[in-house]
Write a protein that binds this ligand. Sequence first.
Ligand code: SF4
Length: 272
Amino acid sequence: MRTLIYNITYYSHNKSIYIMFADCNFKCVGCIRKRFLRDHHLYRENCVEELEKLRLETLDSEEFIEIVKYAKRELDLRKAILGGGEPTFDPMFCDIIKALNLLDLKLVILTNGYLLNKVLNCIPKSSIVELSVKSIHPEKFSAYTGRNKRDLNIILENMDSAFQSGLELIIETIFIPGFNEAEDIELLAEYVAHNLSRDVPLIIDEYVPIPSAPYRRPLLNELIDAKKRAEKHLKKVVIRSSYTRRYLGEIHLLYPKLINSGKHEITSDPYV
Ligand code: SF4
């Protein structure tokens, strides 16, 4: 059976793969896939032309498992991160999870949360779910994601179900200047503390500008202000941004194959 997986990268610093899914049930105004079709950590001068020439081809499940087995055997793979597009939108999601679990990998699922209740039972309890709440305001949520504002309630219910199920839950949001700012992020932190627990971590992502969206990149002091406000409610708040770059090792493209180099340094903090 064919999956929606079209890109797999390996990160040496934590022996993980990042698995990308080709479709999504949201249409976010500032979706990074409109600017970088593939893992944006790959976009270095020496491979950008090759990357852009690659056709988007999804893997069937057997091919996918072979690639993961190769990474386990040759690269000592420990962790698999499933991300955007939207992993839970793939009809093969539970089969993919089962196959990865059989290989004894730590699983991290990055999700917009809308379909989470449909797949919750097939996610091993040792996994991490990073659930993205684009904004806690229904109108802003709707304007940014293209979904009905009532869909935010479904996501918040699914957040609660994931928490109650015993999965390790991380909430993620984006700082978007002029749209989703410190006061909005504080409201989200307050919501999480009140309805789940002060112990649930919150990641504040820096908005990365894309040509078709009207927003700018936030300043470091804006991100720090949002973090301080969220910390009034939650014990662990982390900024994930270009301002906190550090050397992390190498990234290898496992699928599809590039013609030339397969190794590129990464300096920004990638995924969980
Ligand atoms: S939910 Fe994520 S992958 Fe889907 S459109 Fe929004 S930003 Fe893009």
